[in-house]
Design a protein around this ligand. Structure first.
Ligand SMILES: Cc1cc2nc3c(=O)[nH]c(=O)nc-3n(C[C@H](O)[C@H](O)[C@H](O)COP(=O)(O)OP(=O)(O)OC[C@H]3O[C@@H](n4cnc5c(N)ncnc54)[C@H](O)[C@@H]3O)c2cc1C
Length: 258
């Protein structure tokens, strides 16, 4: 068979965050015709810094993303553990905790990473924002897709990169509960004003069963807060209910310090 005369295979990817555009990059490079559908109106920004080291650094290098990610590097210099009164107990360099390599590893805000993946692709790959897969009909050698917008298209392959609560998985395999492997911890991430004058550092308080972390990038940025706590059962009821999420967190962190 003449490989070059073969028509491009049409691939639909659901989700334009990290995994979706990363896969789109490689499929596009190898001649696939790629469409990415994203439920949000644009690539979603936000999130604290994510380490790019080891295999990940090699991957972004091969993808030609190193210059953009170097520019976005947030360069955390210190992690300080504090006691319940907020007094420092000890400090570490981030690499002592992560096992990474100072000066080589990159640390990039999640939104900047998503943007660096999306920007070089946006004119090469079709992005359908503000839409979602409504139904999938797998007929063996093709998949007929109907989108929430009413658009109907046919693809050779559909890939779910739509996160922990994947819509694609639900449509193909049913409700997510049986696929969920709960590790006993609940996480809440949010932003808050940088009233502590923190910069390029993280501050951590923890006790058995609960922890609180503040991440600071540039002094002018908002802080990223991160609360974790143990819980015997997964909070399925709160997954899509922001008020229930806030109530859950407030019940485990009842202290008011302001
Ligand atoms: C806004 C946001 C902030 C985050 N912040 C952090 C962080 O600070 N630190 C960290 O380590 N991780 C963070 N994460 C998680 C981290 O990005 C992912 O866990 C990890 O990168 C895996 O990426 P992913 O592409 O597999 O999934 P996700 O990053 O979870 O992306 C899934 C994408 O699919 C989209 N989507 C969901 N449902 C549908 C649907 N029905 N149809 C179409 N699209 C859909 C979502 O809008 C999202 O863009 C964040 C994720 C998001 C979305």
């Amino acid at each position: 068979m003449n490989h070059t005369s073969r028509p491009a295979r049409r691939v639909l990817i659901s989700g334009a965050s990290i995994a979706g555009p990363a896969l789109a990059h490689w499929l596009d490079r190898y001649g696939f015709e790629v469409t990415v559908v994203e439920r949000a109106a644009a690539v979603r920004g936000g999130g604290y810094a994510i380490d790019v080291r080891g295999t990940a650094r090699e991957a972004v290098d091969r993808m030609g993303l190193l210059p953009a990610l170097r520019k976005a590097h947030v360069d955390s210099q210190r992690i300080t553990f504090v006691d319940a009164a907020g007094e420092p107990v000890g400090s570490l360099q981030p690499e002592q905790l992560t096992g990474g390599e100072a000066g080589v590893d990159l640390e990039v805000r999640r939104g900047d990473l998503a943007d660096a993946l999306y920007t070089p692709l946006r004119d090469r790959v079709e992005f359908l924002f503000d839409d979602s897969i409504a139904t999938l009909d797998d007929v063996g050698d093709a998949v007929h897709v109907v989108f929430d917008s009413g658009l109907r298209r046919t693809f050779d392959l559909v890939v779910g990169a739509d996160g922990l609560h994947s819509n694609t998985r639900r449509l193909v395999f049913g409700p997510e509960e049986p696929f969920h492997r709960y590790l006993g911890h609940v996480f809440a991430g949010f932003t808050l004003p940088n009233e502590f004058g923190l910069a390029h550092e993280a501050v951590i308080w923890n006790e058995p069963g609960r922890s609180a972390v503040l991440y600071a990038h540039e002094p002018a940025d908002r802080l990223h807060g991160f609360l974790t706590f143990t819980r015997d059962t997964p909070p399925f009821e709160a997954f899509r209910d922001p008020r229930a999420q806030r109530d859950l967190v407030a019940a485990r962190f009842p202290e008011r310090v302001w």
